[in-house]
Every structure is written in structure tokens, then in C-alpha cells.
Design a binder for this molecule. Structure first.
Ligand SMILES: Cc1cc2nc3c(=O)[nH]c(=O)nc-3n(C[C@H](O)[C@H](O)[C@H](O)COP(=O)(O)O)c2cc1C
Length: 182
């Protein structure tokens, strides 16, 4: 029997009633038989400071975060757009990974779910490309008008969004398989 893949989820929203959290929960439900998904508490990370980014000074919460990335098979990022960019909490977490090679060639899926979201999605793709993450074709989707694709229970009811999410899951699975073989 194949072991479930360990997927670390980075959520760009801290809101209790977060649409991105609901999208992530849909992802988790659709992949429950193949993925074990953990949503990392990004709010535990301090502000990135290059002066602390060395063997002697790196904060323990950052070391813990890095260990979680290291043992994961893949990463999923799900984020809103804030003022035409990535939310600070997500950008901050990504900054703590830059000096490590931990995200280099790490299978990664990207979801930006927002009112509009074009700029944040573009930025997220550029950041992850720069860091060297392995984002497969179709493993990156933008969900516009996110509130309108969900029902009261937080389920995705829009068929196009559901098709995009299923496409992302298939592409992400392929990237995970290829990375294991490579
Ligand atoms: C401070 C702030 C700035 C925002 N800026 C944008 C923006 O530039 N583009 C956009 O599409 N939505 C913007 N929004 C709307 C959010 O993307 C929208 O509320 C989204 O549902 C938030 O995701 P969440 O429910 O997962 O927190 C902004 C919201 C806030 C609170």
C-alpha cells in the first residue's frame, strides 16, 4: 500500500472565515486518500531579519518551520491578494526560506484566491520560480471572485473552479511522482 504524501500548506490569510482556508479544505477533502496535509501556523514566524539568518541566531520557530518543509513531500500555497501583492505573512515565510535550498525542486502547487488576484498570482509565480520550486504545468491556478464560487458550507459549487482544482491536483500528483523517480 502506498504511503500518503506529506503536504505542507502555507495559507496567506489569517482570517477566521477565510475563503482561502475553505479552498484549501476543498483541496484536502479531494485528496484525503492520497495526501496528509498540514496547515503551517505562519503567524508563529518572526519578521524576517538577515542578521538572524545564520547558524548561531536563527530563531527556533524558523528552524521548526524549515524542518517541516524538509520532511514534506510537497508544498501547497493558497493565498489572497492584498493591495495588489502577496500578504505580508506569506512573503515573510518565503523570505525565511531563501537562504536555504529547501524549496529548490520541491514539488509545489499554487492557488491565489481573491477578488481579482492577478498581481499577487504573478508575483507568487515569480517568487517561487526564483526560489527554484518545482511548479508543474497546471499546478498553478488563479481563482477570481472567490466568494462567489463557494456555498454557505464552504464547498466549491462553481464547476469551472472545481475543474481547475482537479486539474491542479492531477498536475501536482504528477510532479510529486516525477520528483520521487528523479
Ligand atoms: C487589506 C486588504 C487588501 C486587499 N486588497 C486586495 C487586492 O489588491 N486585490 C484583490 O483581489 N482583493 C483584495 N482584497 C480582498 C481579498 O482578496 C478578499 O477579501 C479575499 O477573500 C481574502 O481572502 P481570505 O478570505 O482568504 O482572507 C483585500 C483585502 C484586504 C483586507
Amino acid at each position: 500500500m502506498n504511503k500518503k504524501k506529506k503536504i505542507l500548506a502555507l495559507l496567506g490569510s489569517t482570517k477566521q472565515d477565510s475563503a482561502n482556508l475553505k479552498i484549501l479544505e476543498n483541496f484536502m477533502q479531494l485528496t484525503a486518500s492520497i495526501f496528509e496535509v498540514e496547515i503551517y501556523p505562519l503567524s508563529e514566524l518572526p519578521y524576517f531579519n538577515p542578521d538572524l539568518d545564520n547558524d548561531n541566531s536563527v530563531p527556533i520557530s524558523v528552524t521548526t518551520f524549515r524542518q517541516h518543509i524538509e520532511v514534506s513531500d510537497g508544498i501547497i500555497i493558497c493565498t489572497p491578494e492584498y493591495v495588489f501583492s502577496l500578504p505580508g505573512i506569506l512573503k515573510n515565510a518565503l523570505e525565511w526560506t531563501v537562504s536555504t535550498m529547501l524549496l529548490h525542486e520541491k514539488p509545489t502547487a499554487l492557488i491565489t484566491a481573491s477578488n481579482s488576484g492577478d498581481k499577487a498570482h504573478e508575483s507568487l509565480e515569480l517568487v517561487m520560480k526564483t526560489i527554484g520550486a518545482e511548479v508543474g504545468d497546471k499546478s498553478s491556478i488563479l481563482i477570481k471572485n472567490v466568494r462567489t464560487v463557494l456555498n454557505q458550507q464552504g464547498e466549491i459549487t462553481n464547476p469551472n473552479t472545481l475543474a481547475d482544482l482537479n486539474g491542479l491536483i492531477e498536475a501536482f500528483k504528477a510532479t510529486l511522482t516525477n520528483s520521487q523517480q528523479g
